[in-house]
Design a binder for this molecule. Structure first.
Ligand SMILES: [Ca+2]
Length: 129
């Protein structure tokens, strides 16, 4: 390969990297949920503020994101890093009549609107207990 061809190839690689890098900086970053926990996010696609719960929480009203905003009725995506099925409810107390959806072990939902409970989840509980 001539020097000129190498230079053209190298600049093409640089341009390719720039194309891939630009959208990444424009998109909100995914926020990692710790293993064995159940995490809810105020943003879609596991982004924005995160709150890390244990396997059950019967009342989100006493939990707040780092910003100070209540977690209650403010979750738009969820990530279950536990090995349990987790039921999410639209009211506190985890009553079965308030069930919105069941999340599989190690599963996630990028948009709770798809389940019909964007910004309305208020408690969760392991389905198998
Ligand atoms: Ca709570």
């Amino acid at each position: 390969m001539s020097f000129r061809k190498v230079a053209v190839a190298a600049s093409a690689v640089v341009a390719g990297v720039a194309l891939f890098a630009a959208p990444a900086t424009a998109e909100p970053a995914l926020v990692e949920c710790s293993p064995d926990l159940v995490c809810v996010y105020d943003g879609y696609n596991l982004t924005g503020e995160i709150y890390m719960f244990g396997l059950s929480d019967l009342n989100y009203a006493d939990d707040a994101f780092a910003s100070g905003l209540s977690v209650n009725d403010r979750s738009s995506s969820v990530w279950n890093r536990s090995g349990q099925h987790i039921n999410f409810y639209v009211h506190g107390g985890a009553n079965i009549g308030d069930l919105c959806f069941r999340l599989e072990p190690y599963g996630s939902r990028n948009n709770l609107g798809g389940e019909g409970c964007d910004n309305s989840v208020s408690s969760h509980y392991p389905a198998g207990l």
